[in-house]
Ligand binder design. Sequence first.
Ligand code: COA
Length: 322
Amino acid sequence: MMNAHITGTGSVLPKKKVTNFDLAERMDTNDEWIVSRTGIKERHIATTETTAGMAVEAAEKAMQEAGVQPEELELILVATVTADHIVPSTACEVQAALGAKNAAAMDLNAACSGFVFALNTAQAYVRAGIYKKLLIVGVETLSKVVDWSDRSTCILFGDGAGAAVLEAAEEGGIQDFVQYSDGGRGAALLCDARPVRNLFASQEYKQEYVKMDGQEVFRFAVKRVAESIDAILERNGLGTEQISLYVMHQANARIIQAVAKHLGESMEKFPMNLDHCGNTSGASVPLLLDELNRAGRLHRGDRLIFSGFGGGLTWGSIYMIW
Ligand code: COA
């Protein structure tokens, strides 16, 4: 049976680095509060970069490592909630920039679970025998939608992009996944799009930027991520000693520590890039994956668990053999 196997990764961060000290000059916060509550020390913020531009750069790096030519791609999936345009999709912009003229392209919105859900979608196409070469990208310019007057959320997020090329393979790749959503709890983390305002229905409307019930999201993340990892391990008859690394969405170091504790695992198996990236939503998993790949921390045959969680609410985990 064919599975989707990652053959190349790439990532990019905006040039502008913003430390907690930089934030403290502009709002009532401080490095100690942010580091102790979240583990974040700095994040990169777009000043000239765009969502599509970062997606293309990350994609080009992943394609180069994979040795895949643009015309070979059959599907481009971009996980993002911060596209530059409503139409065309970021994926279509990536397709055009790469010259991937034979690929179908579309965006996927599952917030911070976006890249994990995109991996799952890629796996479903590969398993079904529909596509063999796919590009997936997780990219966000969250700085566009963050409320910079709300110190409890704006300090959390950063911008960036990560990409992976997936190819159908008989050995390795995605072995199994679980993914879930709970739209009934969507209000815990929301951001408005354009309001209904037309010739027939004009009305006063206050547009909200990112709004979050931090403690509710925290509790949700710890409980559901732990459950989803338990489910994927049990279904595949795996013990934690067989897992090399857990590649988790980077929202908050305390969430990751709580999941590690639940599993009885050491923090060494939970690599983090939160300290220098902040929470980059759909970009965090592929950014971390690319860092690990380039640092030589992934070896053929390693058993990896990926987990994503966030707005929607959405969450899920993947069992992959590298
Ligand atoms: N700097 C300094 N003080 C701050 C602050 C900041 N940036 N933001 C909030 N505070 C203050 C609050 O005003 C509050 O003060 P008060 O007690 O005088 O009212 C105090 O710190 C505690 O606020 P609270 O919101 O209860 O903090 P918390 O311990 O829940 O931490 C989060 C807030 C956001 C760090 C935490 O809830 C969290 O990480 N949640 C998960 C969020 C997440 O990961 N979301 C993305 C999921 S994809």
